[in-house]
Design a protein around this ligand. Structure first.
Ligand code: SF4
Ligand code: SF4
Ligand code: SF4
Length: 272
């Protein structure tokens, strides 16, 4: 039973967040929201322990579709980065600000870029494309993320500075149009670079938060040098080009790890 401790720990963490936010914000929605996400994540961890090969994809679909369709399209909450800036400027700790704090800013100190591997609705679609393992070495195009990051900030700041009315409605359409653009760009890049995760590597503005925070992540894949036979299989199957055999935090592309566990599943010596 010991090996099933992790799903219970994950569920407990999410339930603690759910109950805390429910009581402090006096809003039952938070109880439902974080319980649902906690159950989905712990179900995925449970299935992973049971060696079910689609465990990660199941969590990705459960959480990603919930956030995209229910929170985004039905509840009209912009959970993209523009929504985060919007709530930040209005000084309200709600919806996107809570989401960013938990999943993308402080959460990565514990679970790294688990968001990117198990919940992101952009990657949920990109992971269906044929280039699960990049066919070419990584390009030096990561600087583009800072442009998209600045553009999102300038866009929302301009709305406030110009005193535009009904910003909430604009935020909804920014969410719809932003997602269409993300999917369109992500799919084109995947085929051009023959790499499903090219959008994540070069364009995604959220990585400006995710990369530095995940550097300190508590949960990370480590390599047991005693067992490793340097076969290189882990690097060949990694969608993010991480040198997972290097134990240090400074390892090549270390802040790109999305905890997908493909390296762990494929290591012939159980060294990871
Ligand atoms: S890098 Fe961006 S698009 Fe890719 S999975 Fe992470 S949040 Fe989603
Ligand atoms: S797959 Fe395992 S044995 Fe091979 S290099 Fe990676 S860690 Fe070492
Ligand atoms: S294959 Fe391993 S190193 Fe690469 S992203 Fe997945 S968990 Fe991280």
């Amino acid at each position: 039973m010991k090996k099933y401790a992790m799903p219970f720990i994950m569920l407990s963490v999410f339930e603690a967040i759910a109950v805390t936010l429910w009581l402090t914000k006096n809003n039952l929605f938070y109880l439902f929201n974080f319980s649902y996400i906690g159950i989905s994540v712990s179900l995925g961890v449970f299935l992973f322990i049971r060696k079910y090969k689609h465990a990660r994809r199941i969590v990705q679909l459960l959480v990603g579709l919930y956030m995209l369709v229910y929170l985004g399209l039905i509840c009209n909450e912009n959970m993209q980065i523009e929504g985060f800036w919007y709530y930040l400027f209005t000084g309200v700790f709600e919806a996107a600000t809570i989401h960013y704090a938990v999943a993308k800013i402080f959460g990565p100190l514990i679970f790294g870029r688990g968001w990117c591997g198990y919940a992101c609705w952009t990657a949920m679609v990109l992971d269906f494309l044929p280039y699960k393992v990049p066919k070419h070495p990584r390009r030096k195009l990561g600087w583009i993320r800072y442009i998209t990051f600045a553009a999102s900030l300038i866009f929302v700041a301009a709305l406030f500075l110009a005193h535009v009315g009904n910003i909430e409605r604009i935020m909804f359409w920014a969410f719809v149009i932003g997602n269409i653009l993300y999917y369109f760009t992500g799919i084109i890049l995947a085929f051009v670079f023959r790499d499903n995760r090219a959008f994540c590597k070069y364009i995604c503005p959220i990585t400006v938060f995710l990369k530095p925070m995940s550097y300190f992540s508590l949960i990370r894949v480590k390599c047991d040098k005693e067992k490793c036979i340097s076969c290189g299989k882990c690097k060949r199957v990694c969608p993010m080009n991480v040198d997972v055999t290097d134990h240090s935090r400074k390892r090549e592309n270390g802040t790109e790890c999305i905890l997908c566990m493909e390296c762990v599943r494929n290591c012939p010596k159980d060294a990871l």
